[in-house]
Design a protein around this ligand. Structure first.
Ligand SMILES: N[C@@H](CCC(=O)N[C@@H](CS)C(=O)NCC(=O)O)C(=O)O
Length: 380
């Protein structure tokens, strides 16, 4: 009996050692989420505060929201792509342009009344979330897919409303005889690291019992160049990225994008977890762009619309109610955004629409009233 008890004692001791060994590293993930817990109950804070990162986060929480930092600084620091025509591109004159870039401008106009008050920082597929988390950038608008892991404490992103519903696709040479991914058993495929693309590729081929050989690079230009030089049978990325990249191939007509959609890629802006005031500002700037399109308010008619009798438009433009003030913004924040940047549809048309090389159909990125997925919660 006593032997059995002492065996139980040893077992309990072993469990305790294992538990404490496991408990040792546990604060690490908590620490990464520490800013998110700033306003959480004291018990959560207490455990997180045992870590250096949590301690470092404490003054930031006391200092207030990043909204104040941006106002004091007088400019927004926005992480964008530099290699993706139509979405985020660094031009020869040093300026950035594209669909995502215009969302940076909208947020700057909402807060500072000036769409040009933005410092752009190039964010690549491997450093983008670190830049957000360390606070080097205030917000990321860079064709980034909202996933569970990225949204979790581990990566620590707070995703904004989806600004582009995308899916992964495949580019192949037009004369390859390939008509669908099912024809690509044994293919070599150029793919970029640090992306959902790389993970989906493996899932998609494995699920269909197809073999492939990935050829991996750390940026889009290198990945595309390798494909264009004939080192790969296929080049895979988000379909938005394929359309943009096609324009950069030596002979766009010699390539084609297959119809297959390999994944869901809801692309969205992201801010760091733990600053709900900041997240709401960015979130309601994006929703404002979407609502304005639904309500028919544009850069051209926004001044006339100030006299609209439509209650949603009145609240959106700050003619009635205090919605801006509730967010820590001027009540007419959306007037500034719309005057200087336009609504979601105008941003789309300017960067991706019929008068651009991309001519993208709205598809899922149409308003819910037109059968798409764009849907702003009510402005009230
Ligand atoms: N949406 C995917 C893919 C994003 C991504 O990084 N795509 C590549 C290929 S289109 C890109 O933008 N590369 C630009 C660069 O390397 O700077 C993700 O969030 O992981």
């Amino acid at each position: 009996m006593s032997k059995r008890l002492s065996m139980m004692g040893i077992a309990l001791l072993v469990i305790a050692i294992i538990y404490s060994a496991c408990a040792g590293p546990a604060p690490a993930p908590a620490a990464t989420e520490a800013p998110a817990q700033a306003a959480a109950p004291a018990t959560t804070e207490a455990s997180a505060a045992t870590t250096t990162e949590a301690a470092a986060a404490a003054p930031a929480a006391q200092a207030g929201s990043r909204l104040d930092t941006v106002k004091e600084r007088g400019k927004l620091i926005c992480g964008v792509n530099n290699q993706l025509p139509g979405f985020g591109e660094l031009k020869a004159d040093g300026s950035f342009s594209g669909f995502d870039v215009d969302f940076c401008k909208a947020v700057a106009a909402a807060i500072l009344g000036d769409a040009n008050a933005v410092e752009y920082k190039q964010a690549n597929s491997n450093d983008r979330f670190t830049l957000v988390k360390t606070g080097e950038i205030d917000v990321l608008f860079r064709n980034s897919t909202w996933t569970t892991t990225r949204d979790s404490a581990e990566v620590g992103m707070e995703f904004m409303p989806v600004n582009f519903y995308d899916g992964q696709g495949m580019m192949v040479r037009a004369d390859s005889g390939i008509t669908s991914i099912e024809d690509m058993d044994g293919a070599t495929i150029c793919v970029q690291s640090g992306t959902t693309t790389e993970l989906n590729l493996a899932d998609y081929f494995r699920a269909r019992g197809l073999d492939f050989e990935p050829v991996v690079f750390d940026d889009n230009d290198k990945t595309l160049a390798a494909y264009d030089e004939g080192r790969c049978d296929g080049f895979t990325t988000d379909k938005s990225g394929l359309v943009a990249s096609l324009t950069k191939t030596k002979d766009p007509a010699a390539n084609m994008i297959l119809a297959d959609t390999m994944s869901k890629e809801p692309l969205a802006g992201a801010v760091a977890q733990g600053d709900p005031v900041w997240a709401d500002v960015v979130r309601w700037a994006v929703f404002g762009l979407i609502q304005a399109e639904e309500s028919g308010v544009t850069s051209a008619n926004v001044q006339e619309m100030l006299a609209s009798e439509d209650p949603t438009i009145k609240r959106l433009l700050g003619v009635e109610g205090e919605l801006g003030a509730k967010l820590g913004l001027p009540n007419d924040y959306m007037v500034k955004v719309l005057e200087q940047v336009g609504n979601y549809g105008e941003i789309w048309d300017r960067n991706l629409g019929p008068n651009t090389p991309f001519k993208l159909p709205r598809g899922l990125n149409d308003q819910w009233t037109n059968g798409g997925l764009l849907y702003s919660p009510p402005f009230r």
